[in-house]
Design a binder for this molecule. Structure first.
Ligand code: AMP
Length: 286
């Protein structure tokens, strides 16, 4: 496994692969890898084939964090990540520095961003106003650097995947986007690098996210219900997790992300919940 830290070296390698017609599969991550990330890596390997190359990028992207968010304390463990990638037969880990990814930014000379203007407005975008601008920018940069034919994203970040798909279509990136299912703990909690922030009691109560999904699923299997009523029902249901504070719960079309007024089977639900300063998200089809 090669560890590449420079943009120029990664581009050179990608160009060589391209010239030989080698398939390149990219898994973009912020590191502190868990089974959710590794499931994407395995999917990339299956899709790229044994002769293809799998690239995992590990980069905590500063532009997708708000000024009051957890950039500086975001968990990092590159040594462990490299070990996990090696065990998955990853071909290249691309782990650039901030200076490599955003040249001149510290001196105020970086000024180009990719902005998706529609799907980015709701939910995560409403709570974290500059988040998706950072995500689309870094992913566009990674596509230009790694030149993948396929890229794998997790359904855990449903809105993010929808925005990336839109960006790829709008800007003609020759990349096939694959969305892989959310990997969960036994009790339903979606795996997340941020779960590390939770203390024992918060961890117990964090099952409320998945629990809310199940709860609403049960209601709408019987018959459709108005979104407004279901939002109230979820707020009440949250009383079972007094350490949690609901940031939002939304019901929407899984493809267009258009809000649903009437919620039935097949409508998508997403929610975000704070446990102290830790913000967890989850989503799923109903
Ligand atoms: P992150 O490192 O949190 O930026 O995530 C990198 C990629 O892994 C994103 O495409 C996420 O959607 C995906 N991911 C994160 N958690 C999970 C999970 N529990 N199951 C599946 N994919 C995940």
């Amino acid at each position: 496994m090669r560890i590449v830290t420079s943009v120029a070296a990664m581009q050179r390698l990608a160009r060589q692969w391209q010239q030989h017609g080698t398939r390149i599969g990219l898994v973009p991550t912020m590191g502190y890898l868990h089974e959710g990330h590794l499931s994407l890596v395995r999917r990339a390997r299956r899709r790229a084939g044994q002769t293809g190359k799998v690239v995992v990028s590990i980069y905590v992207n500063p532009t997708q964090f708000g000024p009051k968010e957890d950039l500086s304390r975001y968990p990092r463990d590159l040594k462990r990540d490299l070990k996990l990638c090696r065990a998955e037969a990853v071909d290249v880990v691309f782990a650039p520095s901030d200076a490599e990814m955003y040249p001149g930014k510290a001196e105020g000379r970086y000024s180009t961003y990719v902005v998706e203007e529609n799907l980015s407005r709701s939910m995560e975008g409403a709570s974290r106003p500059t988040h998706f601008r950072g995500v689309t920018t870094v992913v566009a940069k990674l596509f230009n650097i790694v030149q993948p034919g396929i890229a794998i994203f997790g359904a855990k970040d449903w809105q993010q995947a929808a925005i990336i798909k839109r960006m790829v279509a709008d800007l003609n990136f020759p990349v096939k986007i694959i969305v892989a299912p959310t990997v969960r703990e036994r009790d339903g909690l979606a795996l997340s690098s941020r779960n590390k922030y939770l203390d024992a009691e918060q961890r117990k109560q964090a099952t409320i996210l998945h629990g809310s999904l199940q709860y609403v699923r049960k209601i709408v299997t019987r018959k459709p219900a108005p979104a407004s009523k279901l939002k109230q029902a979820v707020k009440k249901f949250m009383a079972a997790a007094p350490l949690g504070r609901l940031d939002y719960v939304e019901f929407f079309d899984p493809e267009t992300l258009q809000p649903a007024t009437s919620v039935s089977r097949g409508t998508h639900m997403a929610l975000a919940v704070f446990f102290a300063n830790t913000r967890l998200i989850d989503n799923g089809p109903l």
